[in-house]
Write a protein that binds this ligand. Structure first.
Ligand SMILES: Nc1ncnc2c1ncn2[C@@H]1O[C@H](COP(=O)(O)OP(=O)(O)OP(=O)(O)O)[C@@H](O)[C@H]1O
Length: 248
């Protein structure tokens, strides 16, 4: 087993005075691995990504990125160290061109030749980005915009990419395209931590699956095995009550 590129250990986290959302959550992601977090609405999946990218500081526990303890560091500091977060929903600037959107992801690159090199690399990875390079981003379909977001996220050649519900609002065919792109990131050696509502489909593509419930990883294992695990259905259908069996 290789060293994890991202490791969250015993995380507790929450918002303001409200009850804790994460209670002792641990998850690791290695290079070239897709780890998929699934679980009911409100289980805390997006919160895990927010803690991992520095948007939300944990109350306790640690975040380790490529061997460095980065707990409590800012999102910018984590981005500089190779972690990129693609948020839920659409975050392209609709009035700007595809090229302008993608270049925003490389705004810290000072070396012009390096910037061109990265642009070419992401264009190769996402043909639709190359095809619509000079066009207005807002005229692209939802799935195409998602690929612009991916391209932007890969401009700094991150080691770790966090993807929050990338298939949201996409039809099955476009979802497959987006999942294929995630597979390409994996083949390029990126560590991907993915949150998906589309659980069974995502687990078929991922390497490791983690089911979140009550603020911690409730079940984890090889993703394909998890996809077939009846406990997954039970959790989605009835949460904690279903796990405890039918009530007398
Ligand atoms: N900014 C916030 N302020 C206060 N509470 C929040 C905030 N964001 C999320 N929460 C709460 O934290 C809990 C977990 O939310 P989170 O978005 O992490 O869940 P999720 O598993 O990603 O859900 P979904 O599948 O619906 O996207 C929820 O109870 C939610 O109401």
């Amino acid at each position: 087993m290789s060293e994890p590129l991202l490791s969250l250990k015993d995380i507790t986290a929450g918002y303001g005075r409200a009850a804790l959302v994460l209670r002792g959550l641990s998850v690791t992601v290695e290079a070239g691995q897709v780890v998929c977090l699934v679980g009911p609405n409100g289980a805390g999946k997006s919160t895990v990504l927010r803690v991992a990218s520095g948007l939300l500081a944990p109350r306790s526990g640690s975040v380790v990125l490529a061997g460095e303890d980065v707990t409590g560091r800012s999102p910018q500091a984590l981005l500089d160290r190779g972690l990129s977060h693609v948020l839920q929903g659409h975050s392209v600037f609709r009035e700007m061109t595809v090229a302008e959107n993608v270049r925003l992801g490389g705004y810290t690159v000072r070396d012009k030749a390096r910037l061109r090199e990265r642009e070419e690399a992401v264009k190769e990875l996402f043909p639709i980005v190359a095809e619509r390079w000079g066009g207005i981003a807002g005229l692209l379909s939802g799935g195409q915009q998602k690929q612009v977001e991916f391209a932007r996220a890969l401009m700094l050649e991150p080691k770790v990419v966090l993807l929050d519900e990338p298939s949201m609002g996409l039809d099955p065919k476009t979802t497959q395209t987006v999942f294929d792109q995630i597979d390409l990131m994996r083949r390029a050696g990126v560590a991907v931590l993915l949150v998906e509502q589309n659980a069974r489909r995502a687990l078929e593509m991922a390497d490791v699956g983690c089911v979140l419930d009550l603020g911690a990883v409730h079940i984890s294992g090889p993703a394909r095995e998890l996809a077939a695990d009846p406990r997954l259905g039970a959790l989605y259908l009835g949460g904690a009550a279903a796990r405890n069996g039918p009530q007398a």
